[in-house]
Design a protein around this ligand. Structure first.
Ligand code: RIB
Length: 308
């Protein structure tokens, strides 16, 4: 069983179901409003845990009901929440998600306590980071917190996975890139970092070369319903997606990351099957509503694996 530590965000999501996205200045009717646990970091931890990994979480909540709810949802999935600190000045993160009838979403995130996570908070989690196989981070928490976690990881032989989501508004620090073993963007995040638009396999190979020049030799790009491309020093392949009818793509990318690291061997020798497993997991997520409620458990993923 892989041991995973995820550093990242905890958000309470409110999803507004609408027919289509509004134009600027337009008002549209919401025909359903629901709330659920979310946040890219927490979703990835839940996906890892439900896929069978021993999982711990580093993050920050506010001193409020939403924070207690988020902590409880980690506990419900047997995720070690001992390294979730509480901000006394700012509330728990929230996300407002517009979901259209094609299953596409637009998300507004209020970072709140997620943005207050400090290097000192991360240092307190040194024991759990050292004891992990993989440490995973994204960009809904500060970059210097991710850098501190990756420094501890790399000093102790732990593999680091960076999911640069949402696409950073400032450049990624060279220190963080140096400490990253695998980078896993979606096509838009990838283009915003490298300047290379993902259009076909050639552009994916060019992207892998560009990341190599930045010091990261292992890349996975998720390309929505086209599938996922992986590239290591010895192997690269675009694995097509499974055709399913998506009703809500929220947390599909997070499910992919969490499920992927739950299966990956630290020498990456099974990367292709770990990517395929992650695709099966996220193909289930997109067929259900909400972030964490839609993330599948191991037995459900294995059922899909057996059918494909
Ligand atoms: O990736 C999906 C997540 O993004 C949602 O759960 C929401 O909280 C935002 O962080």
């Amino acid at each position: 069983m892989n041991k995973i530590t995820v550093l990242g965000s905890l958000n309470v999501d409110t999803t507004f179901r609408i027919k289509r996205f509004p134009e600027p200045g337009e008002t549209v009717h919401v025909h359903e409003k629901t709330s659920a646990a979310g946040g890219k970091g927490a979703n990835q931890a839940v996906a890892a845990a439900r896929s069978g990994a021993k999982t711990a979480f580093i993050g920050q909540i506010g001193d409020d009901g939403a924070g207690k709810f988020m902590l409880q949802s980690l506990e419900n999935d047997n995720i070690d929440g001992s390294y979730v600190s509480t901000s006394e000045s700012v509330g728990t993160g929230t996300a407002n998600i517009m979901l259209d009838e094609n299953g596409q979403n637009c998300i507004l995130v209020y970072g709140g306590a997620n943005q207050k996570l400090t290097v000192a908070d991360v240092k307190k989690a040194e024991p759990v980071i050292k004891d992990s196989d993989f440490v995973v981070a994204q960009f809904e928490t500060p970059q210097d917190a991710a850098t501190a976690a990756f420094q501890i990881a790399k000093a102790n032989g732990v593999t680091t996975v960076l999911n640069p989501a949402p696409a950073p508004s400032t450049s990624i620090s060279t220190e963080l890139l140096k400490l990253t073993d695998i980078i896993a963007p979606n096509e838009l995040e990838s283009a915003s970092i490298t300047g290379i638009k993902i259009t076909n396999e050639d552009s994916m190979i060019a992207t892998a070369d560009k990341f190599s020049n930045m010091g990261i030799n292992n890349l996975i790009i998720t390309v929505g319903d086209k599938g996922a491309f992986y590239s290591t020093q010895s192997d690269r392949e675009l694995i097509p997606a499974f055709k399913v009818k998506a009703i809500d793509t929220t947390a599909a990318g997070d499910t992919f990351i969490g499920a992927f690291v739950s299966q990956l061997k630290p020498d990456f020798s099974n990367i292709k099957s770990a990517v395929t497993f992650a695709q099966h997991a996220s193909s289930l997520t997109v067929q259900r509503l909400g972030a964490q409620p839609s993330i599948p458990k191991l037995d459900e993923i294995l059922k899909v694996e057996n059918v494909q």
